[in-house]
Design a protein around this ligand. Sequence first.
Ligand code: PLP
Length: 227
Amino acid sequence: MIRVTENLRKIRDLLHKNALEHGRDPESVQLVAVSKKQPLSAVLEAAAAGQRDFGENLVQEGLEKIRAAGRDDLIWHFIGHLQSNKTRPVAGHFDWVHTIDREKTARRLNEQRPDDKPPLNVCIQVNVDDEASKAGVRPEEAVELAAYVARLDRLRLRGFMCIPEPKADSAAQRESFRAMRALLDEARGRALDVDTLSMGMSDDFAAAIAEGATHVRIGTAVFGPRR
Ligand SMILES: *Cc1c(COP(=O)(O)O)cnc(C)c1O
């Protein structure tokens, strides 16, 4: 039981310290513990240590874990690629979707979000470094898609998400994250109500926090290597 609890404590300390270093309120940085390919026992251990936000990237695996955990105090974030034919269970069981990259997916989630749940929190996934292999909209298309999502009443537009190209030095990492912050500003300039930058993983969360990340998605550093 000690490892996940201890890892969480260390990461929370680091997030806190990084936020303060950059003049930010530590409460403004949320940890999403990425539990993909980790057993339910790891999720329950993290939950016992006070963790509430969890990230999953596969629909089936995520649904099974949500059901098996059987707790309504946990907040489930879908962070993987979402095919438009798999939106229904995601709309029914997750609290957030970070990876909206086309109107069709947003439209279906909006139609399928159950009436007895609050609007689904969503972020627009941005291919911030314009990589051929990556999902997400091009940066210049992101605000337009956000404006579309903002008009759907069963979705709640929160902001933008990215997975940048891996880069070794923090100055280069910060450049991509700064471009994300510019998108958030642009969206606000167009009167969109956005408050979220989902960015930063185990290897680059410090740079992400420096540039305004509100949700860092960390897996390995919390749970250890995946199965
Ligand atoms: C797996 C994953 C993470 C976490 O990655 P780690 O390197 O284990 O911290 C974060 N975001 C997304 C979208 C992922 O798929």
